[in-house]
Write a protein that binds this ligand. Structure first.
Ligand code: AMP
Length: 345
């Protein structure tokens, strides 16, 4: 069971929604404002101007290092403001999934135990497999590399440092150039089109909503397509942005089924399971089968495209509903129904 923060009584009246100034903070804070919450952004001096110039939050706390939020003094300050923290990709990377689970007493939206399952590649694979979602083949021994593979390293570094290779010899040459060559994962390189659907699971309604979808824009893999093979530069996968996408409508049943299965499995693997936003990073092959190479069990950056809602969220909600706003809406509903303990840990 994950450590559960005690929710003080005051939270039933006033809540301040806060997050770290990075990743999806602009969208989260706008969504919180739209739902009538007070907002706070925690950022470094370097990022300050972004959050000031986009009028992101009512209040700002400057820290030297994001791990500073773990100090007793800082947490006390947040508790005095009835803060609910919203985790996102950079939040998990900078503060650390284990620190969030073990050292953070400030209430946080979602199940803290989930973060460890998504940031640990081995656990994520167990989860996807349990849900019956197809994952790329993995090779323990470099000798087994017979076709194109992608070699990955731990941590959510936006694909940085990954490389592709097609044989053991080339693998070894590439590995020598890596800073941290110990912990690698060799994965089948799946050829197809990428779809990163953004889901939201509400424990209050027990429904999974498909809110939007994106494709990550990656340097230089996406740039190489424009060179018509006139360069020897190897593809790399550093995420630099996101582009919008919708999927063929006849593929929606598969996408919805994957979301449902992942939620069901999460309840079994780490009760009470996943709460709120998540994304299954998939590739759709030419036989129209989806292969999922990753799962993110928190808001993903691709949702930043849809501050005003997406083609999918517009069908569910007759108002602009970003994932950030959907999180705030869930908190508001839970607050009104005195059910905050179902969604906040
Ligand atoms: P990841 O850090 O696992 O999300 O991967 C970063 C990027 O590498 C993805 O957005 C994809 O473009 C690409 N990628 C990751 N795994 C695979 C795979 N098994 N096959 C093809 N492309 C992949």
């Amino acid at each position: 069971m994950p450590t559960k923060s005690k929710i003080p009584e005051g939270y039933n009246k006033d809540i301040t929604i806060a997050t770290i100034g990075s990743h999806t903070a602009l969208q989260i804070l706008k969504g919180a404002k739209d739902e009538g919450f007070a907002t706070l952004v925690i950022c470094t001096e370097k990022n300050r101007q972004v959050y000031e110039r986009f009028n992101s939050a009512d209040d700002m706390e400057i820290v030297k290092d994001y791990k500073d939020i773990l100090s007793e003094k800082f947490q006390k300050k947040l508790l005095e403001k009835n803060v609910v923290l919203i985790p996102h990709g950079s939040f998990v990377e900078y503060v650390g999934a284990k620190n969030i689970e073990k050292k953070l007493a400030v209430p946080m939206f979602g199940n803290k135990g989930t973060l460890d399952w998504e940031s640990d590649r081995k656990k994520a694979k167990v989860w996807l497999t349990d849900a019956g979602v197809k994952a790329p083949r993995e090779f323990k021994d470099p000798k087994d590399i017979k076709d194109l593979v992608i070699v990955k390293f731990p941590g959510a570094k936006g694909g940085r440092g990954y490389f592709t290779t097609f044989c053991e010899e080339d693998f070894s040459d590439n590995l020598k150039l890596c800073k941290n060559p110990q912990e690698y994962t060799i994965q089948e390189y799946v050829v197809g089109t990428r779809f990163y659907p953004h889901y939201f699971y509400s424990p209050l309604t027990d429904k999974v909503e498909l809110l939007s979808m994106d494709i990550r824009y990656e340097s230089n893999a996406d740039g190489l397509a424009r060179t018509a093979g006139q360069t020897d530069v190897e593809p790399t996968f550093t995420v630099t942005g996101n582009t919008p996408v919708v999927v063929r409508e006849s593929l929606l049943p598969k996408i919805l089924e994957m979301g449902d299965a992942v939620v069901k499995s999460s309840k079994k693997l780490f009760a009470p399971g996943l709460i709120g936003p998540f994304c299954i990073e998939t590739i759709c092959k030419d036989d129209l089968e989806f292969v999922a190479f990753e799962i993110s069990a928190r808001i993903v950056a691709g949702t930043n495209l849809y501050v005003q809602g997406s083609p999918y969220s517009q069908l569910i909600y007759d108002e602009p509903m970003s994932t950030g706003r959907r999180i705030a809406r869930e908190i508001k509903i839970a607050q009104n129904k005195r059910m905050l303990d179902r969604i906040i840990y």
